[in-house]
Design a protein around this ligand. Sequence first.
Ligand SMILES: [Zn+2]
Length: 63
Amino acid sequence: MDQPDANPSYCPAPAAPAEPVAGPPYADCLECGKPTEYGVETPGAVLCPVCEWQEAQRTACSG
Ligand SMILES: [Zn+2]
């Protein structure tokens, strides 16, 4: 990833927060393939709540 504006001491926010939808069809989680709470039209990567949480832990910024 080449980010000219990247600041080592700054914790970048997620690119584009996905919006939960009211009903199916739901997009499948990219990590485990389980249905997410996001619609199939949701742009970008969608993760189920479990993988989303794990991703958050993995990318968590302690600073
Ligand atoms: Zn998942």
